[in-house]
Ligand binder design. Structure first.
Ligand code: GLY
Ligand code: MN
Ligand code: MN
Length: 466
């Protein structure tokens, strides 16, 4: 089949055709690159400004360079519908445009100024790609950055920016996406964009990521709105999957139900590959081939997360494919559930992820009885209890950080018994609040009886479910 030609460089490669097409093209408002057309809507510019100000408050004198993601390498030959902006760049700008750079000049007193560089609009290319943002008033309004310029100017502007950022006495922080030419993410890569800044910076060259991680741990109002919706979508998908799964289906049929439920509700992509692991696959932690035919008597681990407006959910439920747990499955399930509840009950400001994991393991040690052959089942709990959640499923931030209101974590104990093809994981998303916590995924059935009830309520003849 002929490659479809849609990207910027693709158009460059077919200039003759593109120029003819462009004759009748009028530049329209650039909606695609600023979240304006997305189900989540744009990030309010005042919140973007607050994030940038908070970052400045963490820095001394110097210059910050944050680059956007690039289009895929094969964009010249294929339509690239998989472009996703770099998390840090999106967090600071709300812009989805490739080939862009955000530069900040920190004054050493907690303040500073910002300049955004985005590619110039090219009408001939927009016949293929749709409207782009471009430097101009729209970019100013979307980002709250008053000074927006053409991306082609950034290297030439480097000396001026460095002089404003303290010259030889200032630091250089490098963040955002690593260019394709770099094997190492962050400050280690001195490509054509960063080298002129690095050459003129007198002080240290440091990665910006750790500074931003501290900020991204604490969700602001717009981030929480996005996360609540991502989680609500994921909970709805869990419920649909529970209502439709049946022996004889393949795991990918459950995956299809889940991901259709995501898209119908405005999720733009999955936050991570959906895990639908039945029988032996329930014991494989990141199984995502989803190929097996499910059989009567299987447990099915469904570990899924919709991504909505750049924020992801991460919710796991384990179901009996027949709609009824066996006694043995129920015993393991209730142990994992009890361990999860003990940890969730302990989520509050001041504690740590490490302490929560200890609580879950102590619960298992105290309550395993003979379920795991005499010893504690926690030796079959072979992964960590929690991780931070946000723009990434395993989001940025030190795992040693003390919990504070506004942080979102997962609580996800599991017990995996490969010899019995029996795996159970239960995972919820929890917001730390001043009073303790809120389980954001609470609407997904979690008690074994609730799961069974929903599976029977949603049950239909197997043939109709396929
Ligand atoms: N969904 C991957 C995880 O829970 O870590
Ligand atoms: Mn998780
Ligand atoms: Mn998960």
């Amino acid at each position: 089949m002929e490659p479809r030609c849609a990207g910027r460089s693709c158009v460059r490669a077919r200039t003759g055709t593109a120029l003819v097409l462009s004759a009748a093209l009028v530049l329209s408002a650039g909606q695609a690159s600023g979240q304006a057309g997305s189900p989540a809507g744009p990030v309010p510019p005042q919140l973007l400004a607050a994030r940038r100000a908070a970052l400045m408050g963490r820095l001394g004198t110097g210059v910050v360079v944050v680059r956007s993601a690039e289009e895929r390498e094969d964009e010249a030959h294929a339509q690239d519908s998989s472009f996703r902006q770099d998390d840090d760049f999106f967090y600071l700008t709300g812009v989805e445009e490739a080939g862009s750079v955000l530069v900040g000049v920190a004054d050493g007193a907690g303040g500073g100024r910002w300049r955004l560089y985005v590619p110039e609009r090219v009408p001939a290319q927009e016949q293929w790609t749709g409207a782009r943002l471009g430097p101009g008033a729209e970019a100013v309004a979307l980002t709250g950055v008053a000074d927006v310029r053409a991306a082609a100017r950034v290297v030439a502007d480097a000396p001026e920016l460095l002089a404003a950022g303290g010259g030889a006495g200032g630091a250089l922080w490098v963040g955002g996406a690593a260019p394709r030419s770099c094997a190492v993410r962050g400050a280690g890569c001195m490509d054509a964009l960063v080298a002129p800044f690095a050459a003129g910076a007198g002080g240290t060259v440091a990665p910006l990521g750790p500074q931003l991680a501290g900020l991204r741990l604490m969700k602001d109002a717009d981030e929480l709105r996005r996360m609540r919706q991502a989680i609500a979508i994921t909970v709805a998908a869990q419920r649909e999957a529970m209502g439709s799964a049946a022996p004889g289906q393949h795991e990918y049929e459950v995956e299809a139900v889940i991901e259709a439920a995501f898209r119908r509700r405005g999720a733009e992509r999955v936050g991570f590959p959906s895990i639908v692991g039945s029988g032996p696959n329930s014991t494989v932690l990141h199984y995502d081939a989803n190929r097996r035919e499910m059989r009567s008597g299987d447990l099915v681990v469904m570990d899924i997360g919709a991504e909505y407006g750049y924020y992801t959910a991460d919710v796991t439920r384990t179901i009996p494919v027949t709609g009824r747990f066996t006694g043995r499955q129920r015993a393991v399930y209730d142990l994992v559930l009890g361990a999860q509840q003990a940890a969730i009950d302990s989520v509050r400001p001041g504690t740590t992820l490490g302490r929560l994991e200890l609580i879950a393991r102590e619960y298992m040690r105290a309550n395993s009885g003979t379920i795991c052959g005499g010893g504690s089942c926690d030796r079959f709990f072979i992964h960590g209890l929690s991780h931070w959640l946000g723009m990434d499923v395993h989001d940025v931030g030190s795992y040693a950080t003390t919990l504070q209101p506004g942080m979102v974590l997962t609580v996800e104990p599991g017990v995996y018994l490969p010899g019995e093809s029996l795996g159970v994981r239960i995972e919820d998303d929890v917001l730390v609040t001043a009073a303790g916590h809120e389980v954001l995924s609470a609407e997904a059935p979690r008690q074994a009886a609730e799961v069974e009830q929903l599976m029977h309520a949603g049950a239909a003849p197997a043939a109709a479910k396929r």
